[in-house]
Design a binder for this molecule. Structure first.
Ligand code: HEC
Length: 92
């Protein structure tokens, strides 16, 4: 399905430049984009919670760590939110 939402298009760009290191490969236990089983319970938390965890960092029950902004402190908050939207959009 082509992406038409401008936020998702911007999110794809940010995502492919930063989040891929972990979320394309599963490095350090990251949920892989498009893996519905890995994302279902995360998406169920709601977007606001996922934004918060992506912006401020999150350590899950398996003690794997999402670093704040994925370790890319130079990203704006909106860029991170757009990347979250892109990743969840392709994972449900
Ligand atoms: C250094 C590796 C790494 C990078 C880079 C990274 N992540 Fe993560 N991310 C993780 C790991 C590991 C988890 C799983 C944490 C857990 O649930 O234990 C995670 C989980 C998440 C979650 C789910 C949080 C939750 O509450 O379930 C979101 C959303 C997320 N990352 C967004 C992003 C975005 C957006 C980027 C790029 C800006 C990014 N990540 C870059 C490692 C990374």
């Amino acid at each position: 399905m082509p992406l038409t939402d401008p936020d998702l298009i911007a999110g794809q760009k940010t995502w492919s430049e930063t989040c891929t290191t972990c979320h394309l490969t599963g490095l350090t236990g990251a949920p892989i984009i498009g893996n519905k089983a890995a994302w279902e319970h995360r998406i169920a938390k709601g977007l606001e919670t996922l934004y918060d965890h992506a912006l401020n960092g999150f350590i899950g029950p398996e003690y794997t760590e999402m670093p704040p902004k994925g370790g890319f402190a130079e990203l704006s908050d909106d860029q991170v939110r757009q990347a979250v939207r892109f990743m969840t959009h392709l994972s449900q």
